[in-house]
Design a protein around this ligand. Structure first.
Ligand code: NAD
Length: 425
């Protein structure tokens, strides 16, 4: 095999590098299973285009800061590149490359005609004013402008970005084009052509994946959720709505725990007011690590990569892990969880609801048309359930984990597209 994951000194192992090593390891397993030749494997392990940009930002006090930004298109063999934009101080080119690669397999797995991309800016958005954020977003978009477009590469929200960020991106792109181009981003506000149901789509997909994997009525099933942002908060809400008892959630401030079950709507109202879960009156405070060790049925990591590692995996008691986040479980942790009988519904399947509804939004934009929320929800349900069924049967047929099966399907479809198209020139 020509793509090896090299050994690294501790100083070289940033969280982003770890995420990329995990992604390469998962690809390597799928490539081996599929019997891909070295050349094709190397091609799939290498991003098609990567751009690093310096983004100058004028601060409110007149100072100028310069931050690093990235956009990576991992693969465009099946259609335009698709993937979110992350604003987080820890992001780097390796993390963005890993996230772009996972997007490629995810889109192929759920059968939508996209390649994979991701963007990132190494900045803490909570440390900026709204006007600074707007200037930063517009300048970053201007720097990556040659790469993006409705037929080339379509960004969406990720960690630290939201509907407002997408509206600024759509505006910046449209002003440069000279006319409105709603299809350049997804996850926009509905008034700008955003899809009804997009803001809760990833979480709805997590709920569908969790309920499918449970395979029985969710009444009384206990759940812990790491990360209470766009994905985690609504995943907690939808699981509670379905009858689960969400007993603990966390965000960057810490974790809160109520063994009798949290009132998620009330907790979301508290977070909207205070900005954090910690301090919520109707629950006890809990350490970050303790959340992973709770005796719950389902654990939903919905924050960042590398949350479940070889260190804490032996103490995970949940029978089911449903990955709302991208890359939350390291390959070493995967093995420990499997040995302990814990089933993991992998990121590229469990959190695919977001890109599915993004695709529906883009189709609507390209046709200047709009579907009802019910129609969007029905199509999301159908695509999620069909992808889950395919992964589950392949895993059973070939004695693979759900992650291995999902990668075999996703990587296999992209490899097939390359083989059918041939190599130019
Ligand atoms: P977000 O910025 O809205 O929320 C992130 C949450 O994680 C916040 O509550 C933050 O406080 C929390 N967090 C950060 N570090 C933490 C830690 N160490 N412990 C506990 N909580 C921590 O981001 P999001 O859009 O909800 O994305 C979360 C994850 O889901 C990411 O991995 C992202 O790539 C993935 N994802 C997002 C979407 C989407 O549509 N937004 C789609 C697919 C996958």
């Amino acid at each position: 095999m020509s793509v090896m994951v090299p050994s690294r000194t501790p100083a070289q192992i940033t969280p982003g590098r770890q995420a990329l090593d995990s992604a390469l390891y998962q690809l390597g397993q799928a490539a081996e299973h599929l019997g891909l030749d070295d050349g094709l494997h190397t091609m799939l392990a290498t991003p098609r285009r990567s751009l690093t940009v310096s983004v100058p930002v004028r601060r409110e006090d007149g100072r100028m800061d310069v931050v690093q930004g990235y956009r990576v298109q991992h693969n465009v063999s099946r259609g335009p590149a698709k993937g979110g934009i992350r604003f987080h101080p820890g992001t780097d080119i390796h993390e963005v490359t890993a996230l772009a690669m996972w997007m490629t397999w995810k889109c192929a797995l759920v059968g939508i005609p996209y390649g994979g991309a991701k963007g990132g800016v190494a900045v803490d958005p909570t440390a900026l004013t709204t006007r600074e954020l707007e200037r930063l977003t517009r300048r970053y978009v201007n720097e990556i402008l040659p790469m993006i477009g409705p037929e080339k590469d379509i960004p969406a929200p990720d960690v630290g970005t939201d509907e407002q960020t997408m509206a600024w991106i759509m505006d910046t792109y449209s002003v440069n084009a000279g006319y409105a181009v709603p299809g350049v981003v997804t996850g926009k506000p509905a008034t700008l052509g955003g899809s009804l149901g997009r803001s809760g789509a990833t979480s709805r997909g997590v709920q569908i994946a969790a309920l499918s994997a449970l395979g029985h009525a969710p009444d009384g099933v206990t759940v812990a959720v790491q990360g209470f942002g766009k994905v985690g908060a609504l995943a907690a809400q939808y699981l509670a709505d379905a009858g689960c008892r969400v007993v603990a959630v966390s965000d960057v401030s810490g974790a809160v725990h109520a063994p009798g079950g949290l009132d998620i709507a009330d907790l979301r109202a508290w977070v909207a007011e205070s900005g954090q879960v910690l301090g919520y009156r109707h629950a006890d405070a809990l350490g970050h690590d303790e959340l992973f060790e709770l005796d719950v049925d389902v654990l939903v990591p919905a924050a960042l990569e590398g949350a479940i590692t070889e260190t804490n995996a032996p103490r995970v008691r949940a029978r089911l892990v449903v990955e709302g986040a991208n890359g939350p479980t390291t390959p070493e942790a995967d093995e420990i969880l499997a040995a302990n009988g814990t089933v993991v519904v992998p990121d590229i399947l469990a959190n695919a609801g977001g890109v599915i509804v993004s695709y529906l939004e883009w189709v609507q934009n390209m046709q200047a048309y709009s579907w009802s929320e019910g129609e969007v929800g029905r199509r999301l349900h159908e695509l999620m359930q069909s992808a889950y069924g395919e992964v589950k049967s392949l895993a059973a047929e070939r004695a693979l984990s759900l992650r291995q099966a999902a990668h075999v399907i996703g990587v296999g479809r992209v490899a097939e597209a390359h083989q059918m198209r041939g190599l130019y020139p």
